[in-house]
Design a protein around this ligand. Structure first.
Ligand SMILES: NC(=O)c1ccc[n+]([C@@H]2O[C@H](COP(=O)([O-])OP(=O)(O)OC[C@H]3O[C@@H](n4cnc5c(N)ncnc54)[C@H](O)[C@@H]3O)[C@@H](O)[C@H]2O)c1
Length: 392
């Protein structure tokens, strides 16, 4: 059993509690922290947590706590992670790790210096659909991954601090682009170093300083491209989609609006439909089990199993730091309108990616294999010596 201090009792704190305690869990939230008493009392009573506090350090330093889960707004992550590391506790931090790469790097250094377990809570690389798709990519079913497109768009976040550039560290990119970037990295291969970013971002709708819409391209050292599309201006609910394109195959993932349940009600639903659903009447797209569909169950399974076994989880503070560095380059690119290099203090992975590209004919390189209407097969090839392109 892992005994947890849950810092933050808002939307994500509640999802995390549901994932940890909602079914027959063997772990325990020993103490919860929230800024206000009202929310704290509701949370503690809903999840039957033995104690609660409005003093963050009291929760972190509680003697019966093994691991600290950071589920507070972005501007509090660094302070919380450093305090937890200093107290010798394992630290699991929600996304984004920091408001920027500098914060994330200091957090990485703090946990490494203290020698404590650290995990980056990027749930969207753990959804059941993503885990299945990742297994297919790893077994070579798609060949070399060339392009991953990941989208998260909705009408905007639910709490005031997200809209404050200083507290959040930015807008839709740091809030949701961080998910899309890590999804793309996971499919392309986390050992493949990201090199540069070009990004467009703008404040299209809301009266805020940060961007409410952005599209970016991340180029990796093997030529692969990760594409992120994020918006706080999108209407119609939450659109979470990924497309993975490889030399030998394609995967399309739809996590939210089109999950397989489509429901129409003329009178309207009296119960909660799904996160960020904009309507509870007419056509609706409910989600069967949100904590599972969003990856929280498999994420905590990986994190806490790794903690128990003294191993490294799939997502660490180093991954969070890489994501923050890509996000920072995207912000620079919006300003410069150019490709911006991704500045990393260090690179921990060794690049040994098996591209698994189909073997090529020695005299000719195959450009395209086409099955014609008469049933015959045509190869469009390039002669390696002459460079000539011809049908065979
Ligand atoms: N899919 C995901 O992984 C996911 C989803 C949503 C949010 N998040 C992340 O979780 C963190 C919290 O987001 P949330 O949606 O739960 O936020 P929220 O506003 O719903 O809850 C914030 C919690 O932090 C506490 N808090 C302490 N100091 C605060 C302050 N100065 N201002 C506001 N709240 C304060 C609040 O009392 C509350 O318990 C953020 O870092 C966010 O990016 C992750």
């Amino acid at each position: 059993m892992v005994r947890i201090a849950m810092l933050g009792c808002g939307l994500i704190g509640d999802f995390y509690a549901q994932a940890l305690l909602g079914q027959r869990s063997r772990d325990q939230i020993r103490i919860a922290y929230s800024r206000t008493n009202d929310r704290l009392e509701q949370f503690v009573s809903k999840w039957k947590i033995p104690s609660g506090t409005t003093d963050m350090l009291e929760a972190i330093e509680h003697p019966e706590v093994d691991a600290v889960v950071i589920a507070t707004p972005n501007h509090m992550h660094e302070h919380a992670a450093c305090a937890a590391a200093q107290a010798g506790k394992a630290v699991l931090c929600t996304k984004p790790l920091g408001r920027n790469a500098q914060e994330a790097y200091r957090m990485l250094q703090a946990v490494e210096k203290a020698g404590v377990f650290h995990g980056y809570l990027e749930d969207l690389v753990y959804t059941p659909k993503t885990l299945k798709a990742l297994a297919s990519v790893r077994d070579g079913s798609l060949g070399k991954i060339l392009w991953v497109r990941s989208r998260e768009t909705h009408p905007g976040p639910h709490s005031s601090w997200f809209w404050n550039k200083e507290l959040a560290g930015g807008g839709a990119i740091v809030d949701m682009g961080c998910h899309c970037i890590e999804i793309a990295r996971s499919f392309i291969g986390k050992n493949i170093r990201p090199i540069e970013v070009v990004c467009w971002g703008a404040t299209q709708v809301h009266p805020i300083d940060s961007e409410d819409h952005a599209i970016g391209l991340v180029r990796y050292e093997n030529g692969a491209i990760g594409q992120f599309e994020v918006s706080w201006s999108f209407r119609g609910g939450m659109d979470l989609r990924d497309e993975v394109v490889g030399t030998e195959g394609t995967i399309w993932l739809n996590h939210w609006l089109r999950t397989g349940i489509e429901m129409f009600s003329s009178v309207g639903s009296q119960t909660y439909v799904a996160e960020k659903s904009e309507s509870s009447k007419g056509w609706m797209f409910p989600v069967g089990n949100e904590v599972s569909a969003l990856g929280y169950l498999d994420m905590f399974e990986d994190m806490l199993n790794a903690f128990d076994a003294g191993q490294t989880p799939r997502e660490t503070f180093f991954d969070g730091y890489v994501v923050n560095s890509i996000v920072d380059a995207a912000y620079r690119s919006i300003q410069s309108k150019r490709w911006e290099p991704i500045q990393l203090e260090r690179w921990d992975y060794t690049s040994s990616y098996d591209t698994n590209v189909a073997k090529q004919d020695s005299e000719f390189e195959i450009i395209k294999r086409e099955l014609l209407p008469d049933g015959s097969e045509r190869l469009i090839v390039k002669n390696r010596k002459t460079g000539q392109i011809e049908n065979r």
